[in-house]
Design a protein around this ligand. Structure first.
Ligand code: MN
Length: 420
């Protein structure tokens, strides 16, 4: 059965059921209920229908009972009020987040329009955090504009709600939330807006975050910024729709490298499990994250792997991608982002470095480390930042000069000699 047919039938089903709800369910409370997703099995025999209900738990569960009755051909799964009941089963938020939550809520409560800003070279954590924030607050009547310095890498286009990124501009004078960003400059084209804004809420988990907001919620033990957002939503006791859960799950899956990095904590795994219970689909998100790479990405990674350098008994592994490589393979610079994780698979490696030639005078550098080496400290030598195990930096110099400088520092950290 073609996917187009499945999509067409799903769209038709959504239309029909919405119609029935409007026509046959006269209770005014039903107007608060909307169908957010219809997912059909390929053979069209089963449908999963997601419903978003805004209102008190009482009216919501009433609405859901009616919904189940009206959609005779389908099962009403994961009706939204269930999250209310499930809320009690969720583990409590971190005490630090619970403590900061009322102050941050007062900022949300006093505004109808808010800005949610992602860092430039947007990744799954910054986008997922901002989108989840939007999905959770929208039913409460808050307009949340999610913005990210373009381009938003295609790798993240599978996130629910991604089409709303940059669809609306930031509210002037409204409070700005910034996610997963070590400083205003990380916001790219929105950096000055943040510097001038009267109220900035800085939510992040980077060890190098100096605290630049009017309110700073920086929890370095969190596996992802999304994990902090999840805690915040729990502390606020707001309902977490499936779309928000999916985005938050994606932040944890991506920032732990698929539950492989050493930030994969008990808390992160529990949060991931709870997000699945709230409607995140792990297989679907894993497919978007790990099984949707364009062929050009593999061709480009082939180029990188072909010209890898192994130094110091494989303790230092590094490679580079040039503009010529990108042209030849048809890949974009952003597609090189995942390649560093390939370099970080060598036995005995302690530092992996990938150099990306962005232009003749701009080079981006990604660093991954193991053992004693602190990736954030290494990047900080060049004005960059990040985590103990993963960091990045930019140098406004040609590729060869960036290689020379950063490799020299890496060899020094490892106590390795300069190659002859
Ligand atoms: Mn992050």
């Amino acid at each position: 059965m073609g996917t187009h047919r499945v999509e067409r039938v799903a769209a038709q089903l959504q239309k029909e059921i919405s119609e029935i709800m409007r026509r046959d369910l006269k209770d005014p409370r039903v107007s608060m209920c909307s169908i957010t997703q219809v997912k059909l099995s390929p053979d069209l025999r089963n449908a999963t229908i997601r419903v978003s209900v805004v209102g008190e738990p009482d009216s919501s569960s009433w609405t859901c009972r009616s919904r189940t009755a009206c959609a005779s051909a389908s099962s009403c799964e994961r009706c939204f009020p269930a999250t209310n009941q499930r809320m009690a089963e969720l583990s409590p938020p971190r005490p630090e987040v619970a403590e900061a939550a009322p102050r941050i809520w007062s900022i949300v409560a006093s505004a109808t329009a808010l800005g949610a800003i992602c860092h430039k070279d947007a990744d799954g954590d910054t986008l997922g955090s901002a989108l989840a924030f939007r999905f959770a607050l929208q039913p409460l009547g808050k307009r949340v504009s999610v913005v990210a310095s373009p381009p938003v890498p295609q790798a993240w286009w599978f996130l629910p709600g991604i089409e709303t990124v940059n669809a609306t501009s930031l509210p002037s004078g409204g409070p700005l939330f910034i996610f997963d960003s070590t400083g205003p400059e990380r916001a790219g084209i929105h950096a000055d807006t943040i510097r001038r804004a009267p109220v900035v809420v800085n939510i992040d988990h980077h060890i190098s975050n100096p605290g630049f907001g009017s309110v700073d919620l920086v929890i370095t033990e969190a596996a992802s910024t999304g994990e902090i957002v999840f805690d915040l939503l729990k502390a606020w006791k707001v309902q977490i729709p499936p779309e928000a859960a999916a985005n938050l799950y994606a932040t944890i899956l991506s920032d732990t490298g698929g539950f492989r990095h050493d930030n994969t904590s008990e808390r992160a795994l529990r949060a991931a499990a709870e997000l699945v219970s709230l409607g995140a689909d792990p297989a679907l998100i894993a497919r978007g994250l790990f099984k949707s790479r364009p062929a050009s990405t593999l061709r480009m990674q082939g180029r990188i792997l072909q010209s890898l350098h192994f130094e110091c008994g494989d303790r230092l592994v590094w490679g580079a991608i040039t503009q010529a490589d990108l042209r030849d393979t048809g890949a974009l610079t952003e597609q090189a982002d995942g390649a560093i994780d390939q370099l970080n698979t060598v036995r005995g490696e302690e530092i992996a470095i990938l150099f990306k030639q962005v232009s003749p005078v701009l080079t981006k550098v990604s660093i991954r480390t193991r053992e004693q080496v602190d990736a954030a400290a290494l990047a900080a030598e060049f004005g960059g930042g990040g985590h103990r195990r993963a960091s990045g930096l930019e140098l406004e110099v040609p590729l060869s000069e960036a290689e020379g400088r950063v490799l020299q520092a890496a060899r020094r950290v490892l106590g390795c000699p300069e190659p002859a």
